[in-house]
Design a protein around this ligand. Structure first.
Ligand code: SIN
Length: 308
């Protein structure tokens, strides 16, 4: 019998469950030097905003134990440039693209959603309502149920058609399940868990924060147990809500952990900076582990750690 690696991410049917993480592969041009983008379940773009942005002041990256701190500040060319240049290129590669969008206001999310209608090669929207690198915490939409709901409702009302909406949530909340429930009720087809955790590194020689903007988002293996916990909790409470899991996935074994916790697919992020082909190794390692464990399909393994 042939093994089935397919997954359904809130209506996006993908040949395998390995995606890039937003912000870690730009719009795919650099990664495509190393492997065809069609090898991925999908590529998730860097979050696109309405206008071009140069991001936050430098330095905006710092190493941490088993991880990395970034305060990029949503640098990007703006949505019109993205649609005119990056998206046609991705489509020409045959890539399945999940576009990540980010707004400063609820109205921004509405405008971005309208621009995402009927675009070639786009299989889903990741709605980033959890970037930690914003001017004030009130702009982290996913930290309060009301603002999380408002942003996702705006996307749902304006997207038209049935493009899957995946809401990306922050782990920096008391109860991530209540936020997941809120965005699901607002029309999200799935959730992406987790964005980075807000952190800080102080340079003990200079005796000052290393990042120009002082705080940044922590990613990498250091956050994996937090991410696995979030996936497990949300899957336990909302078993029918598809989850895109991420946070420090370096190996197929790590990806398997997320699948067992309840993720229908995973995103590979920080690992790609050290090894651009990490996603491809993780894909084959995960496929081997699933078969070694006796699963005939990926579907059978999703949430397997929840059995009694
Ligand atoms: C950034 O560009 O600052 C990171 C985006 C994010 O973590 O959502």
């Amino acid at each position: 019998m042939t093994f089935s690696f397919q997954t359904d991410l809130g209506g996006a049917l993908l040949p395998n469950p390995i995606l890039t993480a937003s912000g870690c592969a730009g719009s795919g041009k650099e990664l495509s030097q190393f492997f065809p983008l069609t090898e991925l379940g999908a590529i998730v773009t860097k979050s696109i905003m309405i206008k071009a942005r140069s991001g936050r002041a430098t330095p905006r990256m710092a190493e941490t134990p088993s991880g990395m701190l970034n305060s990029i500040g949503l640098q990007g060319p703006g949505v019109d440039y993205f649609i005119a240049n990056d998206l046609p290129w991705l489509d020409a590669q045959g890539a399945r693209t999940v576009v990540s969008i980010a707004g400063e206001t609820v109205e921004d999310y509405a405008v971005l959603a309208r621009k995402m209608r009927n675009l070639p090669g786009v299989v889903g929207l990741e709605v980033n309502i959890s970037c930690p690198n914003v001017e004030n915490r009130g702009m982290v939409f996913s930290c309060q149920p009301e603002t999380a709901r408002a942003a996702i409702e705006a996307v749902r009302r304006n997207i038209g058609g049935d493009l899957p909406i995946i809401a990306k949530l922050s782990p920096d909340v008391t109860d991530i399940v209540s936020i997941a429930r809120e965005v699901a009720n607002a029309g999200a087809d799935g959730v992406a868990l987790i964005n980075t955790l807000l952190g800080m590194v102080i340079d003990t020689n200079l005796m000052l924060p290393k990042l120009a903007q002082k705080t940044g988002g922590l990613s990498g293996p250091a956050i994996r147990p937090v991410a696995v916990r979030a996936v497990y909790q949300v899957h336990a409470a909302l078993p029918d809500l598809p989850i895109l899991g991420m946070g420090g996935i370096m190996t197929g074994r790590d990806a398997f952990e997320f699948i067992l916790a309840g993720a229908s697919a995973v995103s590979v992020g920080t690992a790609s900076f050290g090894n651009p082909t990490a996603a491809i190794s993780i894909k084959s390692e995960l496929e081997n582990i699933l078969q070694e464990k006796g699963f005939a399909t990926l579907q059978e393994a999703i949430g397997y750690a929840h059995r009694n």
